[in-house]
Design a protein around this ligand. Structure first.
Ligand code: SF4
Length: 315
């Protein structure tokens, strides 16, 4: 069996074999960083769930409704919104008809030469961050303001509509890495998320990781990903469907609860018979940031992150 880091993802992208989603992982910095920082693993099990493309039906606006001579609505029109229960039945049928559209796993490895090149990238990005801090220089990158299909959290600040002190939009995080509570470290931490933020836009890194100003309202894509993640954490600890479904009951939107329930129900059906030995769940790590040219450890930063799981898998 191969010992692997496990990483869960939810996405709206096509995840079928050969899709761009998988090709992009060749250069994925999180894969490289986690494999470089975790001792004794051969690769990463990338465990992906695709978010449902189907949406709850809405009632046809009253002014647009058309009726047959028999007095019934035209077939494609509706008197009322679809209920969460009705949507649940429809979503479950869609998942059952095409599970490969919703669930995919792949083992990602890095050759020694790829690990060295990724380590060099990491070292250079860390050096750029250190230089930005030394000079207090955080250039903006307008090319990133609309990346990933949504507007940057700090758009209103950079556009001059508000300031980063605006307490109605931003709060101050207790630590730069709230996702790594209680982690013990000697030096300031660099997570993959932090480095991705700096790569995307140094100004974004300043707001998010130096000033620790975080948006008060979290985008739906992130809250739904967090909900699924909560369910997967329980599933990987127990392989208990009932406990997994119980973990996703708190979401304010009942349709999000239905989406999460049905996705996790399908996940259980798809993967529960796989031969996997789970060694750890939600395992944080701190590792030295190494200069790949000299082998010396950075005196400025340590690398940190959290593996969703470590497992032994039959490849
Ligand atoms: S922080 Fe950077 S990416 Fe975000 S809005 Fe400002 S310039 Fe754009």
């Amino acid at each position: 069996m191969a010992r692997l880091v496990v990483e869960h993802k939810t996405t709206s992208s096509d995840i079928t074999p050969g899709s761009t989603y998988w090709r992009k992982l060749t250069l994925d910095t999180q894969v490289s960083q986690y494999l470089g920082a975790t001792e004794g693993v051969e690769g990463m099990l990338y465990d992906v769930i695709r978010k449902p493309g189907i949406k709850p039906f809405k009632a046809t606006p009253a002014e647009s409704r058309k009726y047959t001579k028999a007095g019934t609505l035209y077939a494609a029109q509706r008197e009322r919104d679809e209920t969460p229960e009705e949507f649940s039945v429809r979503l479950r049928a869609d998942i059952s008809e095409g599970p490969n559209k919703y669930y995919a796993r792949g083992i990602i490895v890095r050759l020694p030469s790829e690990r060295t090149e990724a380590a060099r990238d990491t070292w250079l990005v860390a050096g750029s961050i250190r230089e930005s801090m030394r000079l207090d220089a955080w250039p903006r990158n307008p090319g990133s303001c609309d990346a990933y299909g949504r507007t940057c959290d700090y758009w209103a600040v950079c556009a001059g509509e508000t300031t980063i002190e605006d307490a109605t939009r931003f709060r101050t995080a207790e630590t730069p890495h709230e996702e790594l509570p209680g982690i013990v470290h000697r030096l300031p931490l660099l997570s993959n998320s932090a480095m991705s933020a700096y790569r995307a836009c140094p100004r974004k890194y300043l707001y998010s990781y130096v000033q620790r100003r975080r948006p008060i309202v979290t985008p739906h894509a992130l809250t739904f990903g967090t909900l699924i993640h909560a369910g997967l954490e329980v599933w990987w600890s127990s392989v208990d469907l009932g406990a997994t479904l119980a973990a996703v009951q708190g979401a304010p939107d009942p349709f999000d609860v239905v989406r999460a329930e049905e996705l996790l129900r399908g996940y259980h059906a798809r993967w529960s018979e796989e031969e996997i030995r789970v060694l750890a769940v939600e395992k944080p790590f701190v590792a030295p940031l190494i200069n790949p040219e000299t082998g010396a450890a950075s005196r400025t930063f340590e690398l940190a992150g959290k593996c969703d799981a470590i497992a032994e898998v039959n490849p």
